[in-house]
Design a protein around this ligand. Structure first.
Ligand SMILES: [Zn+2]
Length: 115
């Protein structure tokens, strides 16, 4: 589905489904910030409350954790958002959805197999 880290391929390699219709924009980054923030802020507060380590320990713990979580989540979250737009027929995906609906949802099964 991706031709680079966050560049969505124009078409699916397997079935040729057009993917360039997606309009993910900043939504994946927003969702990743939401998830990482909700994971790290309570954890950091809990560590500070219970252990009160020096600030360099916080920097060593949460800096890399934030980087790893963010980079690890960006691509799957973007893929999920493009898939959501595709499945709901948003933006340019209306024709693909109409075709799927006409086929009785068979394309959904094939999309799940090689997503
Ligand atoms: Zn495909």
């Amino acid at each position: 589905m991706f031709r680079a880290f966050l560049k969505v391929a124009d078409r699916c390699e397997v079935c040729g489904e057009e993917l360039f219709h997606h309009r993910a924009d900043d939504f994946p980054a927003y969702i990743v910030i939401l998830i990482v923030g909700h994971l790290l802020v309570p954890t950091a507060l809990s560590v500070e409350t219970n252990f009160a380590p020096p600030y360099w320990v916080h920097l060593v713990l949460w800096g890399p954790a934030c980087l790893i979580l963010t980079l690890g989540l960006l691509q799957p979250v973007k893929g999920a958002i493009v898939a959501l737009q595709w499945s709901m027929g948003m933006h340019g995906f209306e024709q693909a959805k109409a075709k799927r609906d006409a086929c009785g949802g068979d394309a959904n099964t094939s999309a799940t197999l090689h997503a």
